[in-house]
Each structure stands twice: as structure tokens, then as C-alpha cells.
Design a protein around this ligand. Structure first.
Ligand code: GLY
Ligand code: MN
Ligand code: MN
Length: 404
């Protein structure tokens, strides 16, 4: 794709300080992980048509005793299948020998905010920018296209991530009772993910009552009140691949009439949106489908007067690509048009309705926030819901939560 003389430089992050001498848990840059499978911090891979070179942290007895084993340059050819490997600190001594004079260099700073992003945390990024500035071309568009279509192994990781998170959502439904706190339910996910040798793929949202109307609520520390709903948006990562699942259920195990009306509407929008997904269909079709059903339903319930009011109650999109990043790479538009679905893409489908206090709306609906989110793989014939193990039918949820 890049031409004969092109060189690709792709770097991963450095560890980030949290406070004092404590660092955040390290998570590799997604493009670097995708292209190399190497999960140590402070590394740079250089690819050309016929060579693959890795620059990585040197072996260091003291640092390895304190902080863990490093692969090192000697073992890298055998383990990573690179042609050559060097100490990362010699990157600028070697890089000229891998690039032909004047040839294009495809490069992206990690962080995903584009190739001109100088804020990257890799110690060498600034210098790569200043050294090659006029020869640099963005790598992201090429890798994004590759990452958009998942192969068998990637799909297996995503299915495992969806299964683990679906189990945690079921456990949360079973554990919820009035009087507990949102953080008690958040701990159900922490525990289940850790037991599965996994991590959260993003900060979980455990939002009871009207907290569900705050889209990115992450305080997760309020008391669970009898009669309220609980909205949980939580997913995990397996070998870097994310799940992203939302379920909404009544804290006491039984939907009241107003909650049931709103839930039914979101569920029917979500199911129709999922049904619209198959190869060749516009990737905006699920959003159009969900918006139409929610608009008609909210007008029928007297909550909304005209279609223009929709964004007051449904203000986000119906889905995004999912993969190594929870909001995965891959543009929505190609030449100004919505991209068509292709087999191997994975998208979320996540319509919602959020009703804040408003004198113009019947108070029985105040504070109701419902979102239902599944992870959907596009297949040759249609689609497969990876997160189908997480119950979402009202009778299934009430059955799971019934306490004799
Ligand atoms: N959890 C983030 C999202 O649903 O997009
Ligand atoms: Mn999502
Ligand atoms: Mn989500």
C-alpha cells in the first residue's frame, strides 16, 4: 500500500506517572500492539519492504529485579520474529541506515489524535518529528483500514471479552438490592474482570436513578434507591480487544409502568437497529432506524411534540466501531458518504432515552435514563451479537432478579 521505498515507524508509549513514584498500569499503544504484539513500554518498530527492526529497552539487572523482566535485544529476533533488534537509546544512531534518502516515512505518534500530535508520551517522538518533519506522512489511515476488519483471532478475543462482560452484567443484576451503593455493584465488575485475567476497557458507568441522565457519569458512589433504575455501561479487554456493554434494570427487580414504557421503546429501537446490519448496508442505517422509532415512540407517549426535540432525550450516536480501542479507529465517512458495512467489522448498537426533570413532562418519567448497548459483528450473511449472553428482555431480567 505504501510504495517500494517507504518506511514505517511506529512507537509505543512510555509509562505514565500517577503520583510520586507510582505509575499507572501500562497499556500499549493500539497500533503498535496490532502491528507487533509487543507489550513493553518504550519501544519503536521500523518496517520497510524487506526488514522489521525493533528498538526496545535494554536488559538491566537492577531494573528487572525491581520492576520486572525485559525482553531485550538478544532474544527479540526469536520471540518477536524481527530481523534485528537494538537498544531504544541507539534509535537515532541507526535510523538513517533503514531509510533511503528522501523516501517517505509513515509515522504516527501514539495516542490516536493524529500524526501531528506532539503530546505523545514516547520519549523519542518529539525528536522523530523534528528530524524527519518534511518526509513524514500519516500512517493512521492505512492501519485504521486494516484494524476495521477483524480476522478470526481478533473475533475470538472480542467474543471472549463480550462473554466475560456479559457474565458480569448478569451477576450485577443478581446482586442489586435497594440500600447497596453504586460502588458495591461496580465491584462486581472489578472482581469478575480480574478473575478472568482481564481489565476494564474504559471507566465503568454505574448510574442509579437520575444519574443515568449524565452520559459519562463515573462517580459511582450513590445509594441504590428502591424504585429507581440502574444503568451500567461496563466492558473489559481480552488481549487488548474491548467489549462495551450497557444494561439498564430496576434496582428492586421489577420495572414500574413508566420505566417499562421507556425500556420497551429503547429495546425495540435497539433490536430494529441491529436487524438492519448486514454487508452492503450504510453504517448510518442503525442510527436512522433507532432515531425514527424513538421519535415516533416519544411523540406517542406525549413526552415529545415534534421530531426536532429528539436530541433533548437522545443526544448521542447509535454506535461506534469497536476493537483494540473502545471507540475504535476507522472513519465513518468515505468520500463524504457513510461507509457500508462489511463482513468482519464490529460496531456497538446503543440507543438510549434520558429524561431529566422538566415541568412540561409528566413527573412519572422524571429521572428515567435507559440505554441498551450490544457489540455486533458483521458476518457474510448478516450479523452476530457478541454480547447476546447479557439478558435484555424485560421478562428475562425480572426472572433473573426474582427473589423468592
Ligand atoms: N462506554 C462508552 C460508549 O458506550 O461509547
Ligand atoms: Mn459504546
Ligand atoms: Mn458503552
Amino acid at each position: 500500500m505504501l510504495g517500494h521505498d517507504a518506511v514505517v515507524i511506529v512507537s509505543t508509549n512510555s509509562e505514565q506517572k500517577r503520583n510520586s513514584d507510582v505509575t499507572y498500569p501500562f497499556r500499549p499503544d493500539s497500533n503498535f500492539w496490532y502491528l507487533t504484539g509487543f507489550i513493553e513500554p518504550d519501544a519503536i518498530a521500523v518496517f520497510s519492504k524487506d526488514s522489521y527492526v525493533m528498538f526496545l529497552r535494554p536488559k538491566d539487572e537492577t531494573k528487572e529485579i525491581w520492576n520486572g523482566i525485559r525482553l531485550g535485544a538478544e532474544l527479540a529476533p526469536e520471540i518477536l520474529l524481527v530481523n534485528q533488534a537494538y537498544d531504544i537509546d541507539t534509535f537515532f544512531d541507526h535510523i538513517d541506515s533503514f531509510t533511503k534518502k528522501g523516501s517517505a516515512i509513515y509515522y504516527d505518534a501514539p495516542g490516536g489524535s493524529g500524526w501531528k500530535d506532539h503530546s505523545s508520551t514516547n520519549i523519542h517522538n518529539k525528536r522523530i518529528h523534528s528530524l524527519f518533519e518534511s518526509r513524514l506522512k500519516p500512517l493512521n489511515p492505512f492501519v485504521s483500514e486494516m484494524r476495521l476488519i477483524k480476522d478470526k483471532e481478533e473475533i475470538k478475543n472480542m467474543q471472549d471479552a463480550a462473554d466475560l462482560a456479559s457474565e458480569a452484567h448478569i451477576n450485577a443484576m443478581k446482586e442489586s438490592i435497594p440500600g447497596l451503593f453504586e460502588h458495591n455493584i461496580a465491584s462486581v465488575f472489578d472482581s469478575h474482570f480480574r478473575n478472568g485475567n482481564s481489565e476494564h476497557s474504559y471507566p465503568p458507568i454505574v448510574a442509579s436513578g437520575e444519574n443515568a441522565c449524565i452520559l459519562h457519569y463515573t462517580e459511582n458512589n450513590k445509594e441504590l434507591k428502591n424504585g429507581d433504575l440502574l444503568l451500567i455501561d461496563a466492558g473489559c479487554e481480552i488481549n487488548g480487544y474491548a467489549s462495551d456493554i450497557t444494561r439498564t434494570f430496576p434496582i428492586n427487580g421489577k420495572f414500574n409502568d413508566a420505566q417499562r414504557e421507556i425500556y420497551d421503546l429503547v429495546l425495540s429501537a435497539q433490536k430494529s437497529a441491529i436487524q438492519s446490519i448486514r454487508p452492503g448496508v450504510s453504517s448510518n442505517k442503525p442510527h436512522e432506524t433507532a432515531c425514527q422509532i424513538i421519535t415516533d415512540g416519544l411523540i406517542k407517549l406525549g413526552i415529545m411534540k415534534s421530531p426536532e426535540d429528539l436530541t433533548k432525550f437522545y443526544m448521542h450516536n447509535t454506535g461506534h466501531w469497536l476493537g483494540l480501542d473502545v471507540h475504535d479507529v476507522g472513519s465513518k465517512l468515505v468520500n463524504g458518504e457513510f461507509r457500508e458495512f462489511k463482513s468482519g467489522m464490529v460496531t456497538t448498537v446503543e440507543p438510549g432515552i434520558y429524561i431529566r426533570r422538566d415541568d412540561k413532562i409528566d413527573p412519572k418519567y422524571w429521572g428515567i435514563g435507559v440505554r441498551i448497548e450490544d457489540d455486533v459483528l458483521v458476518t457474510d450473511k448478516g450479523n452476530h451479537v457478541l454480547s447476546q449472553k447479557a439478558a435484555k428482555e424485560i421478562n428475562e431480567i425480572e426472572q433473573l432478579m426474582s427473589r423468592q
